[in-house]
Design a binder for this molecule. Structure first.
Ligand SMILES: [Zn+2]
Length: 69
């Protein structure tokens, strides 16, 4: 398997559309590593109940505009 090395040289990002900022888990606020997806993190780190609660609380606030806190 080809190992992807994390390059500090962002000049190469020409091929990619935009530099992706690190993903932060909305539940535990952990910043995920660049090669991790939020999905993986949720599955491995959080229980179904945690994720369900988060989603439920989000949809409760769906009508509230996320302006600033
Ligand atoms: Zn998390």
């Amino acid at each position: 398997m080809h190992a992807v090395s994390i390059s500090l040289d962002r000049a190469e990002s020409d091929e990619q559309m935009v530099f992706k900022p690190p993903v932060e888990c909305p539940i535990c606020r952990d910043v995920l590593e660049l090669d991790r997806t939020l999905e993986d993190h949720l599955v491995e780190t959080h229980t179904h109940i945690e994720v369900a609660r988060y989603v439920a609380s989000r949809s409760d606030q769906a009508e509230v505009q996320p302006v600033s806190d």
